[in-house]
Design a binder for this molecule. Structure first.
Ligand SMILES: [Zn+2]
Ligand SMILES: [Zn+2]
Length: 168
C-alpha cells in the first residue's frame, strides 16, 4: 500500500488508521515461504511536530522448518513496530528516523522489512527438540532408532582389535 503523507506533514494534528491484509505468501526466505496466510495490518499514522509517527500492529503466522528436525512449525506473532517518518534528516545517519521521499511511503515494503528483521535466526519446534539421527535420519522426537545402541567407544574398538590379534 502506497501512503501519501502530505496531509500529515502539513498538519499539526492529523491522524489516520489503515487496516488491511498484506500478502507475503510469495516472500522467499532462504528457499522457504514462511507467510502462507495474509498478515493482518493495523497502521496508525499521527502527525507530530513536522514528522509523522507510524505505529503498526501486525498479526501473522510464521511457518518455518525446525533447525534440528526439519518439521514445519507454525508460530503466531503479534508484534508492534514504530517509526518516525521525516521529510529530511538532520544528521546523515540516524536510525531513529525514516526518510520518506516525496512524502510518500511504501508501507508494504517497510512492514516486510520489519517482519524479516524480526525473524529469529534460530527456529526450533521446541527447545527440547531432539532433532534427526545423524546416521539414519530418524526423527528422534517421534521414535528411537537403534544407531545409538551400536555405537561403541572408539577406544574400546581398538582394545577389541588388539585382543582379537592376541587370540589369533
Ligand atoms: Zn524440531
Ligand atoms: Zn539412527
Amino acid at each position: 500500500m502506497l501512503m501519501d503523507l502530505k496531509k500529515f506533514f502539513l498538519s499539526d494534528d492529523f491522524s489516520d488508521t489503515v487496516e488491511y491484509d498484506l500478502d507475503l505468501s510469495q516472500l522467499d526466505v532462504s528457499g522457504v515461504k514462511p507467510f502462507p496466510k495474509p498478515v493482518k495490518v493495523r497502521a496508525v499514522f499521527q502527525s507530530f511536530a513536522g514528522s509523522v509517527v507510524l505505529e503498526a500492529h501486525l498479526h501473522y503466522q510464521m511457518v518455518m522448518p525446525c533447525d534440528r528436525c526439519c518439521g514445519l512449525t507454525t508460530r503466531e506473532e503479534i508484534v508492534r513496530f514504530s517509526h518516525v517518518l521525516v521529510r529530511e534528516l538532520q544528521e546523515e545517519e540516524d536510525d531513529a528516523y525514516l526518510l520518506v521521499s516525496e512524502e510518500r511511503l511504501d508501507l508494504d515494503e517497510l512492514l516486510s522489512e520489519d517482519i524479516l528483521l524480526n525473524m529469529p535466526s534460530k527456529f526450533l519446534c521446541s527447545e527440547s527438540c531432539r532433532g534427526l539421527c545423524p546416521h539414519c535420519g530418524t526423527n528422534l522426537n517421534k521414535e528411537q532408532c537403534s544407531c545409538g545402541q551400536e555405537t561403541i567407544d572408539p577406544r574400546l574398538e581398538v582394545l577389541k582389535g588388539l585382543l582379537a590379534e592376541e587370540e589369533s
